[in-house]
Ligand binder design. Structure first.
Ligand code: SF4
Length: 304
């Protein structure tokens, strides 16, 4: 049974998630219900459920929202078509899109205006990718892997490359290498955010010392899934769980050191029961493994 727990630092909430959660939290405290949110405010089951219990209504189609309602756009961002429809419906929007996602939208919009074809490295169908692609849908192709890049048709149009913010740093590097090989003139922006980069470095650091790594985060949280993959890539057995109830105590058999991390949409309160449980099972040493100090904060969005 384990005697030591390594805590990845940083882990859990990033500045963009804190900002989005604070917006919805304040609206639920101060305004009349119902309050709508377009898509899950952040990709975490527990966070979304707790807001739902307080009266938030999450929608995936803006046309479901009654005219004149209050709505929050999630941290993942939305396409211009959604903004247009919200305006038509006279919705009172607070846009909690993470500023680092907005930056990718602006890069794509400008590249399209300048006549580039855009390659968006990311996962097709992910909320953030749908929103970014919406800036220039006719000019944007989503590529996920080097194979996707080699399958692209040859054109003479200049390429502009942007990325989803929450990708695996290593996997993205190989996809970008493939793009450079096929399109040596491509202009490349690597938009993987500071929070994703730091959390992946921290989970790698604990995975290199632990016999087992547990990553807390929901299945639809891209950055949480990537953390589990990064930990597994070191050869250490790794699981992604939503919380304590998903953990099988048999995982701890013959393990001396356990590592624990959490995706950027996960509150520390979901880790506390896991830490308590490990202490009851004999863990006597809890050691933070710090790879970066984060001081970034984003200013709240305009209230319209
Ligand atoms: Fe913003 Fe990065 Fe957090 Fe996404 S993971 S909300 S891009 S800081």
């Amino acid at each position: 049974m384990p005697h030591t727990l390594l805590l990845a630092e940083p882990r859990g909430f990033c500045a963009g998630v804190v900002r989005a959660i604070d917006v919805l939290d304040e609206l639920l405290d101060t305004e009349e219900l119902p309050i709508y949110a377009f898509h899950e405010i952040v990709h975490n089951r527990h966070v979304v459920e707790s807001f739902r219990e307080r009266g938030a209504i999450f929608v995936n189609d803006i046309k479901e929202v009654p005219f004149g309602s209050r709505i929050v756009f999630s941290a993942h961002g939305v396409s211009p078509l959604v903004v247009e429809e919200a305006t038509k419906r006279n919705l009172r929007v607070i846009d909690a899109t993470c500023p680092l996602v907005t930056k990718v939208h602006l890069e794509s919009r400008k590249a399209a205006k300048d006549g580039f074809d855009i390659l968006l490295v990311g996962h097709e169908g992910h909320d953030e990718v749908v929103g970014t692609k919406g800036e220039a849908p006719d000019r944007t192709t989503v590529v996920d892997t080097p194979k996707d890049v080699f399958d692209l048709e040859t054109t003479t149009k200049k390429k502009f490359v942007v990325t989803q913010t929450t990708l695996s740093v290593d996997d993205t590097a190989s996809t970008i290498d493939a793009i450079i090989e096929r399109f040596p003139d491509a202009e490349i922006r690597n938009d993987i955010c500071y929070a994703t980069t730091n959390r992946q470095a921290a989970v790698r650091a604990i995975a290199e010392r632990a016999g087992l790594v547990i990553v807390v985060g929901s299945a639809n949280s891209s950055n949480s899934v990537r953390l589990q993959e990064v930990a597994a890539s070191t050869g250490t057995v790794s699981y992604r769980v939503d919380g304590l109830s998903d953990i099988d105590p048999n995982w701890y058999k013959n393990v001396d050191i356990v590592g624990l991390s959490a995706g950027a949409s996960v509150p520390d309160s979901l880790l506390d029961p896991i830490i308590k449980d490990l202490r009851m099972r004999g863990v006597t040493k809890v050691e933070p493994v710090i790879v970066a100090e984060e001081t970034i904060e984003f200013r709240p969005p305009d209230n319209s």
